[in-house]
Design a protein around this ligand. Structure first.
Ligand SMILES: Nc1nc2c(ncn2[C@@H]2O[C@H](COP(=O)(O)OP(=O)(O)OP(=O)(O)O)[C@@H](O)[C@H]2O)c(=O)[nH]1
Ligand SMILES: [K+]
Ligand SMILES: [Mg+2]
Length: 433
């Protein structure tokens, strides 16, 4: 069945029956050999909707669209219009609508699970719960302000409010400190392949994406532009960048390449540091020093790849030991881009790092997925912190902080002033959703 991305400008008040449809001149069976169904107010948008289930061939579709287009008052829907109507009717909150958008765009299994969870309203419910907690605290505080002089409200109400606010502040703080897990899973972990020239960085990119995306040559300084590919590793999204070999270049074009490489490194979520296995010290301390000079601290999480393992002779044993021992090295593996030896181990290390960075989208409380959310949550936490400071000086001002904190939460779910973000959120939706 197929749902037409159009909507009725003035929707009928009752489900559309055959009679009505025929009165409108919809000759649906003749057009499509299909079926007309009518959905009542318990529809996705909450409005009465007519859905045409027709055969999906292009000729049938354009025939139906042409016929519908002749009816006055009918027009094609805007992108995301159905979801927007559902939001306006309170069928879903903004976080759920964002989850739906993410679900449409999800490219990997882990992204799909996270989006589904958000679409089901779990994130929205968490923010709603916080909002209710704040409302309760505020009610107690206001009662105290209004009635404490008549001795109807006990002094300990105040300390209860303080405790609630403190606990909430901590919970929001922990939610904000989740290492951007949800955002990483949503947008992909940005990993950068970095290392000296000619160690096989571009060969590694090509091996991982299984196509010749970057030029490989025996000439040191081949790569200048950043070459980016999107991959799915174990269900996690990875955006992998190949960069110019790091060295003091004399050629101005290569210099620009190196500066772009360093810039990418600064913003990387994960680094695949590549060194030539035949040219590194074989004991862990020396290896660590070689890595340290490549990636001065504070380096992002890293996997050390010792490439060209096929060229190793007797030093291979010592290197293998150093890799296995790990500490003080990051996860390390020997690899040959030429023979493929070590690729499975590298993929395993990669998947493990991605799982650590993104977390399990189904475990624990739902993750923060958008910078829009963290912005408002940060403002909310700041308002709660000011409550703590102002509470002893001016109760009225402190209460105002709680109101402000609640407003920030409401902006995330769309319960407060969402107009300005609606266009941005629904802009990327597809037509018919
Ligand atoms: N024997 C052997 N040669 C390799 C291996 N990986 C890459 N090479 C060769 O090493 C040379 C350099 O490879 P590239 O992938 O261009 O290296 P790069 O690090 O991207 O080089 P730049 O972009 O110049 O910094 C090429 O001749 C590759 O064929 C390997 O595992 N074993
Ligand atoms: K090269
Ligand atoms: Mg290269």
């Amino acid at each position: 069945s197929w749902r037409w991305g159009g909507s009725l400008l003035s929707p009928p008040k009752a489900p559309v029956g055959w009679k009505q449809a025929c009165a409108w001149g919809w000759d649906v069976p003749a057009l499509a050999g299909g079926e007309l169904t009518a959905v009542g107010p318990r529809s996705f948008t909450g409005e009465d909707c007519a859905e045409l289930h027709v055969h999906g061939g292009p000729a049938v579709l354009s025939g139906v669209l042409r016929a519908l287009g002749r009816l006055p008052g009918l027009r094609p829907a805007e992108p995301g219009e159905f979801t927007r109507r559902a939001f306006r009717r309170g069928k879903l909150d903004l976080t759920a609508a964002e989850g739906l958008g993410d679900l449409i765009r999800a490219e990997t299994e882990a992204q799909r699970r996270q989006a589904l969870r958000q679409m089901d309203g779990e994130l929205g419910r968490l923010y709603q719960r916080w909002s209710k907690t704040l409302t309760r605290a505020l009610a107690h505080l206001e009662a105290y302000i209004d009635f404490s002089e008549d001795d109807n409200v006990e002094e300990e109400v105040l300390s209860q409010v303080d405790a609630i606010v403190r606990a909430l502040e901590q919970e929001i703080g922990a939610h904000l400190q989740d290492g951007r897990r949800g955002e990483l899973l949503r947008g992909g972990v940005h990993a950068v392949i970095a290392g000296p020239p000619n160690v096989g960085k571009s060969s590694l990119l090509n091996l991982l994406c299984q196509r010749p995306a970057a030029i490989v040559s025996p000439v040191a300084g081949t790569t200048r532009d950043v070459v980016e590919v999107a991959l799915n590793v174990g269900g996690y999204p990875l955006v992998l960048s190949d960069t110019a070999g790091l060295r003091d270049a004399t050629d101005p074009v290569e210099q620009e390449g190196v500066s772009r490489a360093r810039d990418r490194l600064q913003h990387a979520d994960l680094v695949l540091a590549v060194l030539d296995a035949a040219a590194v010290p074989t004991e862990p301390a020396g290896l660590g020093a070689a890595l340290g000079s490549l990636l001065p601290p504070p380096a992002p999480p890293c996997i050390l790849v010792l490439n060209k393992a096929d060229l190793l002779r007797e030093e291979g044993g010592a290197l293998r030991d150093a890799c296995a021992r790990g500490d003080p090295l990051p996860p390390t593996t020997l690899l040959s881009c030429k023979t493929g030896e070590g690729l499975d181990h590298l993929l395993e290390l990669l998947a493990r790092q991605l799982a650590r960075l993104c977390g399990d989208p189904l475990a624990g409380s739902p993750s923060l997925t958008q910078s829009r959310h963290s912005l408002h949550l940060g403002d909310c936490a700041a308002a709660l912190a000011r409550y703590g400071r102002e509470r002893r000086r001016d109760l009225g001002l402190a209460a105002e902080r709680l109101r402000l904190a609640r407003r920030h939460l409401g902006r995330i779910t769309g319960h407060v002033g969402a107009e300005d973000v609606l266009d941005i959120i629904f802009r990327d939706f597809c037509i018919g959703k």
